[in-house]
Design a protein around this ligand. Structure first.
Ligand code: XIL
Length: 324
């Protein structure tokens, strides 16, 4: 299958809608095909790992923006908007931080300085930040996840993180991002309560990211995803699908690829039909590089392009949905 004449980003542009993807280093730097596909097809980029603490904070004193700046320059050169991912998460923390012994006040200052410096650094470059990632724990009755941040700053850490991010870049759109809270369930109820509470207290936040790591046999009911988007919209929030991939059980067959294409199409269609949904972002774009086989044993080929950068049926399904 050769590349279609019109790229996804071009088809989405008239709707004011972004088709995005996560970007992995070192491929962006060293693989021209990777970079060319990225530039051609997508209008929104998320750093898969490059803006996480472990990447930006090699040691306590130093910030290393080398790769993240490279990505920001690439995005600017290709007229793409950036999603910053992520200011606060319980994972991808550098060892010096997870093993640090600090007073609660020092923990707070560490987080505050990080948010301040990183958000400042990318002012005018990062349009949207995932300020807080995965703070709700479905294995803890959907209460706040046990993390260093909760332990040392208390439950109010989320509100404070949003306020600090807003102070550092008042123009940035600020998101809460999570998985397993895409449809209507206990976890999305908890997210809804959390973000409504923040809004009631005047916390500056603008949207909720629905990660959407799914498979044909394990995905939220599509009507529920639409309902969830609508209730968040009524609360005044935007939503974005932030980490979409549709993993397939190996061995992958044409039938499974067709099922995958339908699910990709349906999820994009829900986004297009809900006016508060402003972007659909996949978690990588070529099956050559994806976290799926490493994380979901026995699954693979979750993305829009195969390992040789050929568009898959899922890609054709997106072209069709955007052309309708
Ligand atoms: C994943 C990356 O894809 C992997 O390369 C890394 O080893 C671990 O993190 N939810 C998120 C993302 O918010 O940051 C995660 O990304 C996938 C799950």
């Amino acid at each position: 299958m050769s590349h279609p004449a019109v790229a996804l980003r071009t088809l989405a542009a008239p709707r004011g809608f972004h088709i995005g993807t996560a970007v992995a280093f070192p491929h962006l730097r060293h693989n021209r095909r990777y970079a060319a596909t990225l530039a051609r097809e997508f209008s929104m980029l998320t750093a898969e790992n490059t803006m996480k603490w472990a990447a930006l904070r090699p040691d306590r004193q130093r910030y290393d923006f080398t790769d993240a700046d490279y990505l920001a320059r690439f995005a600017a050169a290709n007229h793409q908007v950036l999603r910053g991912h992520t200011l606060l998460w319980h994972q991808a923390l550098p060892a010096w931080l997870s093993s640090a012994s600090l007073s609660n006040r020092q923990w707070e200052n560490t987080l505050r300085n990080h948010i301040d410096i990183v958000v400042h650094h990318f002012r005018g470059q990062v349009q949207t930040w995932d300020v807080v990632n995965e703070a709700i724990d479905e294995n803890k009755g959907c209460a706040l996840r046990d993390s260093l941040w909760l332990a040392h700053l208390g439950p109010d850490y989320i509100a404070r993180a949003f306020r600090w991010a807003h102070a550092a870049d008042p123009a940035a759109r600020l998101y809460y991002n999570d998985y397993g809270a895409e449809g209507m369930n206990r976890k999305s109820d908890a997210v809804y309560r959390l973000v409504s509470g923040l809004l009631e207290h005047g916390v500056p936040m603008h949207g909720v990211g629905l990660q959407m790591h799914v498979s044909p046999e394990d995905h939220p009911r599509l009507t529920d995803v639409a309902r969830n988007m609508r209730r968040l919209g009524k609360a005044g929030l935007a939503v974005q699908v932030t980490e979409l991939d549709v993993r397939l059980k190996t061995p992958v067959t044409p039938k499974k690829l067709a099922e995958q294409a339908r699910l990709y199409r349906d999820i994009l269609q829900i986004c297009l039909d809900n006016k508060n949904c402003t972007a659909c972002v996949t978690w990588g774009f070529t099956d050559a590089y994806s976290w799926v086989p490493g994380f979901f044993k026995g699954y693979d080929q979750a993305l829009l392009f195969d390992a040789a950068y050929r568009p898959k049926p899922a890609y054709q399904a997106w072209t069709a949905a955007l052309t309708k």
